[in-house]
Design a protein around this ligand. Structure first.
Ligand code: ADP
Ligand code: MG
Length: 474
């Protein structure tokens, strides 16, 4: 009898079964070049569907932001950022020539607020703005002009004007009641009114759109704004002629181009091309938004640690990891943070000491072997790499739609996953290279636009306010 030994391609110092298990996971999480192409083609199809009619999977929402910033915008504007880990309130002093200064304060959004009544959430936001203005800025007097605010609200909102928009659905763990189907700008404006706060919600801004505008303030040729943080999404300039679902009445300004908020996290909810594993299905099943945002659930910071957690538990249950022992932290949903993947991926010590500390001290696994730690590191690597390759499909889809292949192209990206996960940019470029060739991939610049959405929201509030003033004068 011949015994074939499993090839130890991932160089795990473990048993034959452990090596086999890792080889299996490597395949499950692999996105081949061919699959990259299939997904990207499907992406373009879904984008076009979204541009053609309402109610498509990738919603392709017109943002009512049409101009490009010149960099010469000036003035004081407020910005709010809701939809990430914290609520941020900022005041930007735009100084022109792409220059600005900022004051900001962060406020914690409790789980209670995320899942309670929307009125309470809006009241909390208004209180936070009040606190910020009292502590950091000066409030306008009764005869002075109101402060103009750009409201970064990073959930799918169907906009009907720059400052009007109805929430389609919650994502990223929010589920406040009395919000879906309502105008989120009006709800917040009401809370300001109750407190006699002289603040006007001048614009609703998606964070992708804010990121795009903020980077375009310095580099007008920026083509896309992408978020790779708690969630994932993107926006880009589309020709209004291509937004076929729009009648002429809906484009009163008659602009040639407009920023479209793609809401790409919802891509392929029909499960036609995404390489979903059993771990993805578990994450989905236990989430607050079942069967929605499947693309986002394979890519963004909120979920990557959770995918790895499920993969670890599965191996523990087969006695292939940690000698079959888990820990109360690891057994709990969200018990394994995506930030650990970054730390583990960065761990270059021979004995994987950093990884040992995370697993044993932070997570509470009784003891780990070198093989255990190598396996966890590999799982993180597979899941991180897959996230980068899938997001590259979205970017590649936009480049195809926007005729950007082979051209110089700046993609402005905000989010901790892109900022901190080792070599995320390299992985993105590699995937784009497989799609369009190395030369074309090298013409793309991935630019970190840290917390760009705030500045973008301030710029958009300024543009909206100017437009409004012009209309009033006419
Ligand atoms: P937000 O999207 O909420 O505005 P971030 O861009 O900071 O904020 O993204 C937060 C998400 O990024 C969280 O889901 C978190 O798990 C993840 N994250 C935080 N730190 C890191 C890190 N060092 N490496 C990878 N992911 C991280
Ligand atoms: Mg953010």
């Amino acid at each position: 009898m011949t015994v074939t030994k499993t090839t130890n391609i991932h160089q795990i110092d473990g048993t034959e079964e452990q090596i086999k298990a890792i080889n299996g996971l490597s395949q499950e999480f692999d996105v081949t070049t061919e699959r990259l192409r299939t997904i990207t083609d499907q992406f373009v199809k879904e984008m076009r569907r979204g541009l053609d009619h309402d109610g498509a999977t990738v919603a392709m929402i017109p943002s009512y932001v049409s101009g490009r910033p010149t960099g010469d915008e000036v003035g004081r504007y407020l910005a709010l950022d809701l939809g990430g880990t914290n609520l941020r309130v900022c005041e930007f002093d735009l100084k022109g020539k792409g220059d600005c200064s900022v004051k900001q304060q962060k406020f914690v959004i409790s789980d209670e607020l995320k899942t309670g009544d929307m009125r309470d959430l809006c009241d909390y936001i208004a209180d936070s703005v009040d606190t910020f203005l009292t502590e950091h800025c000066s409030k306008p007097g009764p005869n002075e002009e109101m402060l103009q605010l750009g409201y970064t609200f990073s959930f799918p909102v169907l906009q009907t004007a720059i400052n009007r928009g109805v929430l389609k659905q919650w994502t990223k763990g929010f589920s406040s009641t009395n919000a879906v189907g309502k105008d989120v700008a009006l709800l917040l404006q009401e809370s300001f009114k109750k407190r006699y706060l002289p603040v006007n919600v001048a614009a609703i801004v998606n964070d992708t759109v804010g990121t795009l505008m903020a980077y375009a303030y310095c580099y007008p040729e920026t083509a896309m704004g992408v978020i790779l943080g708690t969630g994932t999404n993107a926006s880009y300039y589309e020709k209004t002629a291509n937004i076929k679902k729009w009648s002429e009445q809906e484009n009163p300004a008659g602009t040639d181009e407009m920023v479209v908020n793609m809401e790409w996290g919802a891509f392929d909810c029909e499960r036609q091309v995404l390489p979903l594993t059993m771990y993805d299905n578990k994450v989905n099943r236990q989430s607050r938004n079942l069967h929605q945002q499947l693309f986002e659930k394979m890519i963004s910071g909120m979920y990557l640690g959770e995918i790895v957690r499920h993969a670890m538990i599965n191996l523990i249950d087969q006695y292939l990891l940690f000698n079959g022992e888990s820990s109360p932290i690891l057994n709990k949903q969200w018990g394994f943070e995506t930030a650990y993947l970054t730390a583990i991926e960065k761990d270059k010590t021979e004995n994987l000491d950093e990884t040992k500390e995370i697993l044993e001290e932070t997570i509470g696994i009784p003891s780990t072997t070198l093989a255990d730690r190598q396996m966890v590191k590999k799982m993180g690597e597979f899941v991180g790499r897959r996230a980068a390759r899938l997001s590259a499909c979205g970017m590649g889809g936009v480049m195809m739609q926007d005729d950007k292949i082979g051209q110089e192209c700046i993609i402005a990206i905000d989010g901790s996953l892109f900022e901190f996960y080792p070599n995320f940019e390299g992985l993105l470029r590699e995937a784009l290279g497989e799609l369009f060739g190395e030369e074309a991939a090298n013409k793309v610049r991935f630019a970190l636009a840290r917390d760009g959405s705030g500045l973008g929201a301030a710029i958009i509030a300024m543009m909206a306010h100017k437009q409004q003033q012009q209309q009033q004068q006419q």
